[in-house]
Design a protein around this ligand. Structure first.
Ligand code: SAM
Length: 236
């Protein structure tokens, strides 16, 4: 990390938490680091706008893969009501662990789930070993924000973090149909704001995994192909 990056990073990064990666500092400081921007962006209406009114649908699309009583991990925080709603899906007889590489995001999520006793929070880098096996992992719009070598490390780590029979669910961007009316806009977004998203237009999420065997993979798309859900279920 450059000196400028270290200066922008949260103090906790210096105190032993994971270092804030350059891609986050260089590309996403405006979105995930500055507290005033976090407060502005972390609203349901903003999330819905960014996702063209599909936010709730996409969350439900991910959530329907999980069930009450399960032990689920969310590897990166998500703006809006995502974690709270996922906590409701697993219910108090289950558990949800929400992680993020940035302490500021973890603390922000903590406030949103303060009354959910079955939710724990942790500062952690999703590209590092998960540390134990969960029933499921829900990776929502993280991959398009990381460089390709990070995509591989994150996917590998998450696949290794589910028990036999467990699943990893990825919901993220995908290449829209050729005549999709939003295609030119999303191309501009990728070019100027989301430089690592383009790879998800060109390659299957599965292809980033170093070893994809031992899992059953399914892929669906929605909204004219703009979004995808990829589910990897580990063999029993
Ligand atoms: C899940 S992604 C984007 C989600 C979506 N755009 C939203 O918030 O509505 C955003 C989060 O990923 C986190 N993040 C980025 N790289 C990470 C990594 N390697 N490990 C864990 N969290 C990471 C960022 O700190 C940020 O809080």
């Amino acid at each position: 990390m450059s000196t400028a990056s270290a200066k922008d990073a949260t103090p906790e990064a210096v105190a032993g938490n994971p270092a804030i990666p350059d891609y986050l500092v260089d590309t996403y400081t405006w979105a995930y680091v500055r507290p005033q921007n976090i407060r502005f962006l972390d609203r349901g209406i903003v999330v819905e706008s960014i996702l063209w009114g599909n936010g709730r649908y996409l969350m439900d699309w991910a959530f329907c893969e999980f069930a009450p009583g399960q032990d689920i991990m969310q590897p990166a925080s998500v703006y809006g009501p995502f974690s709270r709603r996922l906590a409701n899906v697993v219910g108090p007889e289950g558990s949800l662990e929400v992680r993020d590489i940035q302490p500021v995001q973890v603390e922000h999520t903590r406030v949103k789930v303060a009354d959910c006793k079955h939710v724990t929070l942790k500062v952690a880098d999703a590209s590092q070993p998960v540390g134990r096996e969960f029933d499921g992992i829900c990776c929502f719009f993280l991959l398009h924000e990381v460089p390709d070598d990070w995509k591989t490390r994150i996917i590998n780590a998450l696949l290794a973090g589910v028990r036999p029979g467990g699943k990893v669910v990825f919901v993220d961007y995908h290449r829209p149909a050729t005549l999709h009316p939003l295609r030119p806009i999303m191309m501009a977004v990728n070019r100027f704001l989301e430089p690592y998203a383009d790879a998800l237009w060109k390659r299957d999420i599965r292809s980033f995994a170093t070893r994809d065997e031992g899992f059953t993979w399914t892929k669906e798309t929605c909204f004219g192909g703009l979004y995808q859900k990829v589910v990897a279920v580990r063999a029993e």
